[in-house]
Design a protein around this ligand. Structure first.
Ligand code: ATP
Ligand code: MG
Length: 253
């Protein structure tokens, strides 16, 4: 890390995340636009008090159920996620037996390799979507993200796409896949298009998802109840509104 952040700094975790994203940009893992996407996420995190909302907890349980009952679950990895929490991605992949697939919007020379290196350094063995492997494509999608691995996203029935773009989420849902996202903005197209939307910071959501998968491996049904993603998103928007209203009422500044 390029700067020292004192542990007692009131915004310690947030500053650590920023440093990871900046370091990631220098090593080509993060695209310059990834810094802007991170800023948008931070803003929403601030507005929900930087904590996991009850509706996100519910969505995480549903996501664990989807992972455990899928035939071919796949974890899509982009630059921001690889920079923020590579160790958690590797753990999730191990516990769920879902391969990691690198999938990038900005495919500059050397980026796939940089992300692959980070994942391998954290113990990843089974990595799809590496240079030369993305020979299949998602129909009706014009961006770079349409290129996928024929052994991964293409044949998956359940795709985990944290911090994703709306167009691709929609295309994956249209292909009949269960799409799970983590997105701090409950109003984004991704959050609205996905089958299961976890309105939380990826660094808080992943440890909970890993725990749920680990604890329910032998009985995934224990995680399954009626699930309505639109209702979950509505709860997320209301939780943010209530948090802000309370702060305003109590003059909590
Ligand atoms: P959409 O295309 O879905 O409408 P967008 O164009 O607003 O989304 P993108 O840049 O495509 O946004 O994707 C980034 C998304 O990831 C944003 O919605 C942002 O809130 C979210 N995000 C950024 N950092 C995090 C994080 N650490 N944890 C969870 N979500 C995050
Ligand atoms: Mg977008």
């Amino acid at each position: 890390m390029s700067i020292e952040i004192p542990k007692d700094h009131p915004r310690y975790q947030s500053l650590i995340n920023r440093e990871k994203i900046i370091d990631g940009m220098h090593s080509k893992v993060v695209a310059p636009a990834g810094l802007i996407a991170h800023g948008r996420g931070e803003a929403f995190d601030y507005l929900m008090g930087e904590k996991t909302l009850p509706c996100a907890r519910r969505a995480i349980r549903q996501a664990a159920y989807a992972f455990l009952t899928a035939k071919h679950p796949v974890i899509s990895v982009n630059g921001n996620v690889a920079a923020l929490c590579p160790e958690l991605l590797v753990k999730l992949s191990e516990i769920s037996s879902a391969p990691l697939e690198i999938n990038l919007f900005y495919r500059e020379q050397g980026r796939e390799e940089a992300i692959e290196k980070v994942l391998r350094e954290h113990g990843a063995k089974n990595i799809l979507g590496t240079a030369g492997r993305t020979t299949a494509s998602i129909p009706e999608l014009s961006s770079n993200r349409r290129h996928v691995d024929p052994d991964g996203i293409l044949i998956s029935d359940c795709v985990f796409v944290p911090l994703e773009d709306g167009d691709r989420t929609e295309a994956l849902v249209r292909m009949g896949k269960t799409v799970i996202t983590v997105d701090l903005n409950p109003l984004s197209r991704t959050a609205r298009m996905a089958s299961i939307s976890i309105t939380d910071n990826i660094i808080r959501a992943l440890p909970l998802l890993i725990e749920d998968i680990k604890n329910n491996k032998n009985n995934p049904k224990a995680l399954s109840e009626d699930y309505d993603n639109k209702e979950i998103l509505s709860q997320a928007v209301r939780a943010i509104a209530e948090y802000l209203t309370d702060r305003a009422k109590n003059k909590d500044f």
